[in-house]
Write a protein that binds this ligand. Structure first.
Ligand code: GLU
Length: 303
């Protein structure tokens, strides 16, 4: 199997030093392994993603000196793949529609919190507080027939029950830094903890996918053997492993690299101009300077 790496940005803003770190690390590791380096445009969020950001992404990556295989996979062109996966999961009985709006969810969480703290997922969002899973089939069918907006959620308990003994053994191979940015690799094997996430959304109201669903389908479709990404996605790997197991998809090896942080120790955001690649380039920074700037995240294989 040819080692196959990918960089998977979302075209909802300009790239910053954190993206440069991921992209360079993927490309360097692919070169060192004699493998392939692919680009994937994660544009399922049609309200926020724009073609001009995609154009800017490819321009910035080329400026960094990167070359990737074509054609580039664009998620918005593969909705039928995600629909097929959803149909498979539905047939397994591990999906359910949930009709609450974001505002209703916040109200439900607030009501639950009157009795004590309500659990949050590793990203800090409250676990799903609703009871759509218990909705009578007739009501569900009726609301869907009336085209009521809804998301599709993973019934995690049903999913783990379906996986049986495999659920308890779910894990992944990790070559990277771990959730707290440890200096040494936390691997080689990390036990999955999907229960931290609860019933995640797998299809949004207006898109037949969510990040979690699309990423596992695409990594498999592109034959990705090594997923190299920031450690902000370390915990999400637990959900990705559940979906891979349910859908019979191969598990890549993962490397979650440390993040580039701003002066306040926070994750970079797409709106922080000081670390944007375009701004740095305009100020005379060279690609070699960028490599020096991202050195604190470590792990870089120098060509
Ligand atoms: N599109 C995601 C991001 O820009 C990356 C997803 C991944 O690497 O799994 O954060």
């Amino acid at each position: 199997m040819i080692p196959t790496f990918r960089f998977a940005p979302s075209p909802n803003g300009h790239l910053h030093l954190g993206h440069a770190c991921s992209a360079l690390l993927n490309a360097d590791l692919a070169r060192a392994a004699g493998g392939r380096f692919l680009l994937r445009i994660e544009d399922i969020d049609e309200a926020r993603c724009r073609p001009e950001y995609e154009a800017a992404i490819t321009e910035d990556l080329a400026w960094l000196g990167l070359a990737w295989e074509t054609p580039v996979r664009r998620q918005s062109e593969h909705f039928s793949d995600y629909r097929a996966a959803l149909a498979k999961l539905d047939a397994m009985g591990v999906l359910y529609p949930a009709f609450e709006s974001r505002a209703e969810i916040l109200r439900l969480v607030a009501a639950r919190e009157e009795a004590g703290p309500w659990p949050r997922d590793p990203d800090g969002a409250p676990l799903y507080p609703g009871d759509a899973k218990a909705m009578p089939a007739a009501e569900r069918a009726d609301r869907i027939a009336r085209s009521e907006p809804h998301v599709l959620r993973l019934d995690l308990a049903a999913a783990l029950a379906r996986l049986g003994a495999e659920a308890a053994r779910l894990s992944w191979q990790e070559r990277g830094a771990g959730p707290a940015g440890e200096t040494d690799p936390v691997g080689p094997t990390v036990t999955a903890r999907p229960e931290l996430w609860g019933d995640v959304v797998l299809a949004r109201k207006d898109v037949p996918a969510s990040y979690h669903l699309a990423v596992v389908i695409d990594d498999a479709a592109q034959g990705i053997t090594e997923v190299v990404r920031g450690r902000d996605l370390f915990a999400a790997t637990s959900i990705h492993r559940v979906l891979q197991a349910l859908l019979g998809l191969p598990a890549p090896v993962y490397r979650h690299h440390r993040l580039i942080l701003d002066a306040d120790g926070k994750k970079l955001s797409k709106s922080t101009r000081a670390t944007g690649l375009r701004e740095l380039r305009a100020a005379g920074t060279t690609p070699a300077d960028i490599r020096r700037l991202i050195e604190p995240a470590g792990d870089l294989v120098h060509p």
